[in-house]
Ligand binder design. Structure first.
Ligand code: CMX
Length: 136
């Protein structure tokens, strides 16, 4: 499949401003973008650490994926995202191997990336995202 690196780690938080303050003032990282992804019912904040990013996720709707996650499990690591080349061709390959897909074709995620999720039931309990930067 040719994964290149961990693109980002998504962390579900109840209060984005408080979490951003922790990452900036205590951990010393710089928030370089805040973006609302209406489709996913989240507001996000991004930090770079090496080749990887941290994506803080605050729910904008209790019925959305992050709202439901926090209700059930509390704050914490929500998903891990791997960077992959030729995302489109990966979905049929994974489906053929019996992996449960949340997305069967790529869709647009934060930062204009093309993304797709694999169901945590198929990935040992970790919601797994694959993403591709269309600009690369
Ligand atoms: N990590 C691990 N397990 C998770 C999970 C997560 N993030 N979210 C849900 N689950 C588990 C639940 O605990 C539950 O397990 P049990 O059956 O053992 O209790 C199971 O998955 C089903 O969960 P649910 O609460 O009934 O939730 P849904 O089925 O409605 O949805 C999921 C779960 C993963 C399919 C849905 O959240 C989804 O489609 N996620 C992909 C999109 C997304 O997460 N977007 C937010 C981030 C967007 C961004 O990065 O910009």
């Amino acid at each position: 499949m040719n994964l290149s690196h961990i693109e980002h780690i998504g962390i579900a938080v109840k209060n984005l401003d408080e979490a951003v303050s922790f990452y900036e003032e205590i951990l010393g990282l710089k928030c370089y973008a805040i973006e609302e992804v209406a489709d996913q019912k989240v507001k996000t904040a991004f930090f770079r650490i090496g080749q990887t990013k941290i994506e803080l996720l605050e729910s904008t709707d209790p019925g959305g994926p992050v709202g439901k996650f926090i209700e059930k499990k509390g704050q914490g690591v929500h998903h891990i995202a791997f960077a992959v080349n030729n995302l489109e061709s990966v979905f049929p390959e994974l489906e053929e191997k019996g992996v449960m897909l949340i997305d069967k074709t790529p869709r647009k995620g934060a930062e204009g990336l093309n993304i797709g999720f694999l169901h945590p039931k198929s990935t040992f309990g970790v919601l797994t995202e694959l993403c591709e930067d269309p600009k690369k």
